[in-house]
Write a protein that binds this ligand. Structure first.
Ligand code: ZN
Length: 138
């Protein structure tokens, strides 16, 4: 299964289990130039072993664009594209931290935002189920 498809499947799973309580969180880079607000259910995170996720160490969750609001730092974002150039890996030009990325959902035109959960404020990673995704062999 492709990465984004897997991510969306994970999100559907949350809904099916009736635990789809959304909460607002603030997130951003390290220096604070990039800040955003997201609405999500912190239940699962995806840990991927592909070339970039491995080096970055990010824990990801995927949400529709409508649940994401960039508060500041649009001009501080540097886009990094590689491989099939489908996912925009946005990182802060000043501190280098990637707090989110964007891509198009499989078979559609809908934009999906990948949130690096490590960049959210006031969360406890120990309460989140980590799902492994084998991006390396795809
Ligand atoms: Zn920064």
């Amino acid at each position: 299964m492709k990465f984004l498809a897997f991510a969306l499947e994970t999100n559907r799973w949350k809904k099916i289990n009736g635990d789809y309580r959304m909460k607002k969180y603030l997130g951003g880079c390290h220096c604070g130039k990039v800040q955003y607000e997201v609405e999500l259910n912190l239940k699962n995170a995806i840990s991927c072993n592909c070339s970039i996720c491995m080096k970055r160490g990010s824990l990801l969750d995927f949400i529709p664009e409508s649940q994401f609001k960039l508060l500041c730092g649009e001009n501080e974002l540097q886009d990094y594209l590689f491989n099939k150039k489908l996912i925009h890996h946005y990182f802060c030009k000043n501190c280098g931290i990637l707090s989110f990325g964007k891509g198009i959902a499989p078979g559609g035109t809908k934009e999906v935002v990948a949130i690096n959960l490590r960049c959210l404020e006031g969360i406890n990673l120990k309460t989140i189920t980590i799902k492994e995704y084998d991006g390396k062999s795809r």
